[in-house]
Design a protein around this ligand. Structure first.
Ligand code: ZN
Length: 179
């Protein structure tokens, strides 16, 4: 029988940790054991949350790896369902300048939601876990999740993009008022 390897989830790094505020490093060894292990820990960590995405710096790994995993959860009941997608060295280009404000939260910024302007329509590029270059077009909520996770690779958090402090609310109010 093959040995079953279980990967333990890592703790989610919280706002104030320096790793969330520095640009993450390019992944140069896309298919190395190290990279595979980092991805496995990210998957395990995201699976334990109600999040719809995760960036490697959020578990203390300062590398350019994100998972976009839009799915309806208690945190995001209206999120579209997609299979979790691992993206290495991702980048994007807006297809138009138009942005829309939408609600976001972050596992690294607990108990808060805020309205964040994001591009509605973006072309993205990334390397898959298999080392293949992938291009895709993302729109709406999934494009929002991608931009949120991408920002983590630049040392930014979503609160940095909030235009007005009045756009920040307690998560309890967000759910109470069904914003
Ligand atoms: Zn986040």
């Amino acid at each position: 029988m093959a040995a079953v390897t279980t990967v333990a989830a890592a703790a989610i790094v919280q706002l104030g940790a320096p790793v969330l505020r520095v640009p993450a490093a390019e992944v140069t060894d896309l298919q190395s054991d190290d990279t595979r292990k980092d991805i496995a820990v990210m998957r395990a960590s995201l699976a334990e949350t109600q999040g719809v995405g995760l960036a490697a710096p959020q578990i203390g790994i300062s590398k350019r790896i994100i998972i976009v995993a839009s799915r309806p959860t208690a945190r995001y009941p209206n999120a579209p369902l997609m299979s979790p997608t691992v993206m290495l060295n991702p980048s994007y280009q807006p297809c138009s300048e138009s942005k829309e404000k939408g609600w976001e939260g972050c596992l690294s910024v607990p108990s808060i939601r805020a309205l964040v302007p994001r591009y509605l329509d973006i072309d993205i590029r990334y390397y898959s876990e298999q080392g293949e270059l992938v291009t895709a077009n993302l729109q709406g909520f999934v494009a929002r999740v991608f931009q949120h996770e991408y920002d983590h690779l630049e040392g930014m958090v979503y609160l940095d993009r909030v235009e007005d402090n009045r756009d920040i609310v307690a998560e309890s109010e967000y759910f109470r008022q069904q914003m």
